[in-house]
Design a binder for this molecule. Structure first.
Ligand SMILES: NC(=O)c1ccc[n+]([C@@H]2O[C@H](COP(=O)([O-])OP(=O)(O)OC[C@H]3O[C@@H](n4cnc5c(N)ncnc54)[C@H](OP(=O)(O)O)[C@@H]3O)[C@@H](O)[C@H]2O)c1
Length: 237
C-alpha cells in the first residue's frame, strides 16, 4: 500500500523539498499552505501523478482554522505527519530587545501552533504512525555553548519538550507506542536559512531533504522519541 504523509508548511523551502522527496519515493503527499500563499511550485510537483499530491490549507497560528483542515482531510489517515512550518523571528533575536508580540509570535508559530495541531490531528494519524517536528540543533540545551539566537532557540527547545510530552503520553498507542522524531535538517539554503538572502547557508536543499527523508523512513513506527540530524546523528537534548 502507498505510504502517506501530511506536510504542514509545504509550499516553499524545506517543506517543498520534502514534498518532492517523498513523492519521488512513491509516497502520497498532502502539503499545506496558508491562504494567499503561492502554491504553484507545490502544485507543479503533482504534474506527473496528480493522484499522489493534494493541498490543504492551515495557518498554524490560527486555532479557528483547525476544524476546516480536519474537514478537508476527511477520512484520510497518514503514516507520517511532518510539522515543518516555522519562522526565525526578528533578526535581532534578543530577549532584551524583543517586544511581547515578537516573542509571542515566535512561540506561537514554532511551538504552540504545531503542538496544538498535533494534538488535534491524532485521529488522522495511523495507529502506528509517526509525528515529525522540524526542530533545529538550536533547540538543544546541551549544545548551546555560545548563546545568541535567543528567541528562536527558546521556541525550538520548547518544541522538543512538548513533542516529548506527546510521545510520553501516547506510549500505549498502536503496537509500539507513538513515534515522535525531532529532526535538525542542517543549515540549509532557504529563505530562512539565508535570512532572506543576506547570509550564506552551509548546505543545499536536496541533500538535506534526502537525509531527512532517510531518517523518517528508518525510524518511523519504532515507537521512539529521537532527536536526530539529517545524517541520523543523535543530538544531545
Ligand atoms: N533553513 C534552515 O537552515 C533551517 C535549520 C534548522 C531548522 N529549520 C526549520 O525548518 C523549517 C522550515 O524552514 P525553511 O528554512 O524551509 O524556512 P522558509 O523557507 O522560510 O519556509 C517556512 C515555511 O513555514 C511556513 N509558515 C511560516 N509561518 C507559518 C504559519 N503561521 N502557518 C503555516 N505555515 C507557516 C511558510 O509558509 P508561508 O510561505 O505562508 O510563509 C513556509 O512554508 C522551520 O521550522 C525552521 O525552523 C530550518
Amino acid at each position: 500500500m502507498t505510504n502517506t504523509i501530511l506536510i504542514v508548511g509545504a509550499e516553499r523551502g524545506l517543506g517543498l523539498g520534502l514534498a518532492e522527496q517523498f513523492l519521488a519515493r512513491g509516497w502520497s503527499v498532502v502539503g499545506t499552505a496558508r491562504v494567499g500563499a503561492d502554491t504553484s511550485a507545490l502544485r507543479a510537483l503533482g504534474a506527473d501523478d496528480p493522484a499522489r499530491l493534494s493541498l490543504a490549507m492551515i495557518d498554524v497560528t490560527e486555532r479557528d482554522g483547525i476544524a476546516s483542515l480536519l474537514n478537508e482531510l476527511g477520512d484520510r489517515r497518514f503514516d507520517v505527519i511532518y510539522f515543518n512550518a516555522g519562522i526565525f523571528g526578528p533578526v535581532h533575536q534578543s530577549v532584551t530587545e524583543a517586544t511581547d508580540a515578537e516573542f509571542a509570535q515566535v512561540m506561537l508559530t514554532n511551538t504552540f501552533g504545531p503542538i496544538r495541531l498535533a494534538h488535534r490531528l491524532m485521529d488522522w494519524l495511523a495507529l502506528d504512525g509517526t509525528y515529525c517536528f522540524m526542530s533545529s540543533h538550536r533547540g538543544s540545551t546541551a549544545m548551546n555553548l555560545e548563546g545568541g539566537l535567543e528567541l528562536y532557540r527558546a521556541s525550538k527547545v520548547a518544541l522538543n519538550m512538548l513533542a516529548r510530552g506527546l510521545w510520553a503520553t501516547n506510549r500505549d498507542r498502536g503496537s509500539h507506542g507513538l513515534t515522535v522524531l525531532s529532526i535538525h535538517p542542517g543549515w540549509v539554503r532557504t529563505a530562512m536559512g539565508t535570512l532572506d538572502g543576506t547570509v550564506e547557508a552551509e548546505m543545499e536543499l536536496e541533500p538535506s531533504v534526502c537525509g531527512v527523508a532517510d531518517v523518517v523512513e528508518r525510524h518511523r513506527g519504532s515507537g521512539e522519541n529521537l532527536y536526530r540530524d539529517w545524517e541520523d546523528r543523535p543530538l544531545d537534548w
